[in-house]
Design a protein. Structure first.
Length: 232
């Protein structure tokens, strides 16, 4: 009889240990899932912040170059009736100078163009071509290429009056122009600073199901009841 009681108690202890091990393992799995989800959210936030920072940096790079204005006006000749000369009007409305200005029209470098523009400067430069007052100024603008260096030392090219290309060093030190980008349009302000958002609050712990615990209690009570009944 004693051996039977010992066997029953051993079985009860074994079953209880298995249930406790199962519950502990289940808790660890749930905790690992919560931690993985939190890490994924933090990584996604970090990637968004990095993307915003890159956009802000690129906006800073494009700011001054985007402000340089170019347009063409056709000025009638005061000497020859029916004749006119297209003039390039280039304006630097920024508060910093641009340097190393180079203007090319129809593949020919304009040697009498200014070498740079100071803050707020505007210059009118006659182009080496004769036209009539009725000609479309846009046709002359399409043949213009303007290169300049901004206040940050970046080299830029504006071709045909549209888009911007940043200069870069190619192989063997040869100049290379990056793909064309649209200028910043509209009011240009300092880019906002992006502060890291607060870390997400830890997820509320899930309520563990009481079914395994209840099953264990019922099983233990049943085993004890059978044992008492058998011993009686």
């Amino acid at each position: 009889m004693i051996a039977t009681v010992v066997a029953v108690v051993g079985a009860v202890v074994t079953i209880g240990s298995l249930v406790i091990s199962y519950l502990a393992h289940r808790h660890q799995v749930q905790r690992a899932v919560v931690l993985d989800q939190r890490e994924a959210r933090l990584q996604a936030q970090e990637e968004r912040l990095e993307a915003r920072a890159r956009v802000a940096d690129r906006r800073n790079d494009l700011t001054q170059a985007s402000m340089i204005e170019t347009n063409i006006t056709v000025v009638p000749s005061g000497i020859h009736e029916g004749s006119a000369t297209p003039h390039l009007k280039i304006t630097n409305p920024s508060n910093q100078a641009i340097l190393d200005l180079r203007i090319t029209y129809a593949g020919h470098h304009i040697t009498d163009a200014p070498k740079g523009l100071g803050p707020g400067d505007r210059r009118s430069i006659p182009l080496p071509v004769t036209t009539t007052p009725s000609d479309d100024p846009t046709s002359f603008l399409l043949q213009l290429v303007i290169d300049f260096t901004d206040a940050s030392g970046n080299r830029w090219r504006k071709e045909g009056g549209v888009g911007l290309q940043q200069g870069a060093d190619g192989r063997n030190g040869e100049p290379l122009w990056l793909p064309r980008e649209p200028p910043i349009v509209g009011l240009i302000t300092s880019p906002p600073s992006y502060a890291a958002p607060p870390a997400p609050a830890p997820a509320a712990p899930r309520r563990r199901s009481k079914a395994p615990l209840l099953a264990t209690v019922v099983l233990l009570l049943a085993v004890l009841a059978i044992t008492v009944w058998w011993l009686a």
